[in-house]
Design a protein around this ligand. Sequence first.
Ligand SMILES: C[S@@+](CC[C@H](N)C(=O)[O-])C[C@H]1O[C@@H](n2cnc3c(N)ncnc32)[C@H](O)[C@@H]1O
Length: 322
Amino acid sequence: MALLSLIIYIPLQIVFLPLSVFGALLQAYKQMVVSKRLGISQTAIEIINGRWTMHIFGMRDDEATARLAAALPNNSLLGMWLALFPLWVKYKIAGKPSIYPQLPELGSENLVNFVISRTLYFDCIIERAIPEVEQFVFMGAGYDTRAYGKLMQNNVKFFELDQTNVQQQKIAALESAGIPCEHLSFVSIDFSSEKLFDKLIEAGFDPDKKTLFLWEGVTLYLSQADVRRTMQAIRANAAKGSVLLADIYADRFLQMVRKGAGKKTMDYTNEGVDFSLDFTTEYEKTLSNFISSESMTVGETFFMGRNSEKGPFMAVVEMTCE
Ligand SMILES: C[S@@+](CC[C@H](N)C(=O)[O-])C[C@H]1O[C@@H](n2cnc3c(N)ncnc32)[C@H](O)[C@@H]1O
């Protein structure tokens, strides 16, 4: 079937190419121009579309993402379908995705598939950690839909934190997609200027209950001082045994983002990048020194792209407050 799928895919992709290009442009327009007009994050769209792609290619069941992605005004699923249709036909014939999307082996992750790998690594730690906690805080939740899917079966209280504009737009889109969100507490915050725990406690957070804090795709947009300040707040205020999950980026990743098209797109919606660590050599030590300098303990860690001679380009890491 793999060979048949390739034989059908190649001519289909050639004939479909103008539509695929149009689809990609339509999606880029919505993601960039409409996000800017609404004053909201365009990077969060990148992530929900990565997860939508995983959903339609059978890699990760996520009905809430499919519904939310369709309801966001700064997204175009028509554009996504046009861009990916030939690959989707290939996937349907072969019975598994190939070319894109892909889950590379641990250590061989790349920039094309990094949202896919990152999402699945976080899922894996969350699945193990969630039975141990009573509260789940999504920090910089964006369009994450984990709190509207199978995690609801766990008896935990959910909090979603994000900047006001992004959050209000998400709530409106959830409503128009018919996704119930009454079980969640939404808390608007700017990590750079507001106190995390004042805001959380105001929203009903209990500092005596073990909590899972998920900080996915956010640290790179903050300064090192703000990242440290937030870690210190969690260390000082969260119950013993609470867990912080985050991704920390390598200097080389941020250098790439700051160049060429990456820089132009980030500048366009004023989403600059800042915090990273040097993972060129002794990356395990670099990461663990950083985490232990904030009196936290390193748990399960995925160094993505670590097979490269330049070192990993990012790490998904579990940190525990002892
Ligand atoms: C790339 S998105 C990731 C969203 C989500 N965690 C996910 O994985 O789908 C980055 C998110 O961080 C939020 N963010 C960035 N800087 C922030 C800040 N200073 N305070 C609060 N949220 C911030 C953005 O609004 C956006 O929703």
